[in-house]
Write a new protein. Structure first.
Length: 310
């Protein structure tokens, strides 16, 4: 058994992944913590690269590297399959293009858990998050963000994370920023291989938070900071992402047993995003949003019934 399991889903982004693992290797004050780092790969990493990663982790007192190459692609599937491969009490997940800005990031996270046994998950903040006054107003009017940094919008979008840079103290939240989030592993026992969560898996972090929140509270510690480089490589095409925004948030509302007004809010958000994409002449995205709107208006409600939670 390990105290901590770090999971990094990746696909053919070696330079990003290298920066991420090097920043993990610089973590300090972990002499009493056993760590496993699991790379869940939808691509292929050469053995000499893995050997370098092992040397980097060798700077930590009790750390080991594990590598798992998947046969079926998809970020959500990577997160789901990782649960069956790790044994840590706490699961900490990073995007492969995240870089820890603070050598005490992990220590601060562990201390946050230790401060309150009712905490089921702890998240950090990506540096540079901000929004203007007009941006906040627009975000609220289009149901992309709420007035509270820890609350999802009415349509279950996570635009409120743009308020996190203004916070100083630990606060409760509905959601984490998927590039850096952690959970007590036991709090993720309800995860399933949802078939609609394919490829880039829009809102996968919000799904995990929803499931974990059944077993305790989720908090953001503003002292836990990373740099999120948001690499554009290996991302889905705009049309697929746009449609997934509609479909995945629709099923998220199902899982949350949301009232009708939240579905209406989702349609309003999608309508706004369609107009925005049209003005930018991003017609692939326009097509994806339009398809998503039609799905929400007339969903194939029985298709995934077996995967819906009671």
């Amino acid at each position: 058994m390990h105290d901590l399991s770090i999971v990094i889903p990746t696909r053919n982004r070696i330079s990003d992944l290298t920066l991420c693992i090097e920043s993990i290797g610089r973590q300090t004050e972990l002499e009493d913590v056993s760590v496993e780092l699991l790379i869940v790969d939808d691509g292929e990493i050469e053995e000499k690269v893995l050997e370098y990663f092992r040397k980097v982790l060798g700077r930590m007192p009790q750390a080991e590297l594990r590598y798992y190459r998947k046969t079926k692609p998809g970020v959500w599937l990577s997160r789901y399959e990782a649960l069956g491969l790790i044994d840590g009490e706490i699961l900490l997940s990073f995007d492969d293009d995240a870089e820890l800005d603070d050598p005490l990031y992990i220590r601060r996270m562990l201390d946050t858990y230790a401060s309150d046994p009712s905490i089921a998950g702890v998240g950090g903040i990506a540096k540079g998050l901000s929004s203007s006054r007009s941006g906040k107003l627009l975000g609220r009017l289009t149901c992309q963000m709420s007035a509270s940094p820890g609350r999802l919008s009415a349509s279950t979008l996570a635009g409120s994370l743009l308020l996190w840079g203004e916070t100083e103290n630990i606060f409760e939240t509905d959601f984490f920023h998927g590039c850096n989030m952690s959970f007590r592993t036991s709090a993720l026992q309800d995860m399933k291989p949802y078939p609609w969560m394919t490829s880039y898996a829009v809102a996968d972090d919000i799904y995990m938070c929803h499931l974990a929140s059944r077993y305790g509270k989720l908090v953001i510690n503003p002292e836990m900071k990373i740099m999120h480089h948001e690499s554009p490589s290996s991302r889905d095409k705009a049309g697929r992402v746009a449609r997934a925004t509609a479909v995945n948030h629709y099923y998220l509302l199902n899982l949350r047993k949301a009232p009708v007004k939240n579905y209406a809010a989702l349609l309003w958000t999608l309508t706004y995003l369609t107009g925005k994409a049209t003005l930018k002449r991003n017609f692939n995205a326009v097509s994806g949003y339009a398809s998503g709107i039609l799905f929400v208006l007339n969903p194939r409600k029985d298709k995934y019934r077996e995967f819906m939670l009671d």
